[in-house]
Design a protein around this ligand. Sequence first.
Ligand SMILES: [Zn+2]
Length: 228
Amino acid sequence: MSAQFIQPDRIRRSRRKTIALIVRRDGTLEVRAPQHFTDKQILEFVHSKQNWIRKIRKRQAAVRTTQPAHAYLPGEEFLYLGRPYPLRHVEHQRKVLHFTGTSFDLRTSAKPEAAVVIETWYRTQARAHLTDRLDHFAQQHEFVYNSLRISGARTRWGSCNTQRGSLNFTWRLIMAPPEIVDYVVVHELCHLKHPNHSPDFWAEVEGILPDYKQRRKWLKENGLKLQV
Ligand SMILES: [Zn+2]
């Protein structure tokens, strides 16, 4: 093993059946392994994944440098359905936040709670847009779902509880382009019929969105940029 060999920062054994690597946002590497895996087996696995770990770390570093957390200052850009709009501070305005179609106008007095105000706006838009798209695809392709919940997950775009027929989406998804939102919507709807990622599941997705692979790729490559 060479000097540059990346070592895991943390190893967690549990009753899981497969081994998994997790590269955290800060770059630390966690290994989740089945109980019976020895340290040697784990290190061998980590060794075989060195290039993948480097690639993920590089991608995360790029996101950290190009996407600093917002300070909610005038001119900072916020994404909405794939497009960036600048934030403006406005002295007198009835609403705390007004989306004009070309900018986000924040009432100056609301500056201290800008983060909450903007998240609330995103959540409202996410619920409206997702309801609309869910109903569109559900009607066209005969899916029946019971409820929609909006979460605050950072990297889990959606999930589906097949038994309850409930669908979950993170409000952060509303920052992605419409065709990407549609992909996540269709993906979760298809889980109502196939609660797994079997070939039948992907065939169902492809039947609705023939170019789903491109959309999935976009989300993999750009998902981390959908931050406020
Ligand atoms: Zn899935």
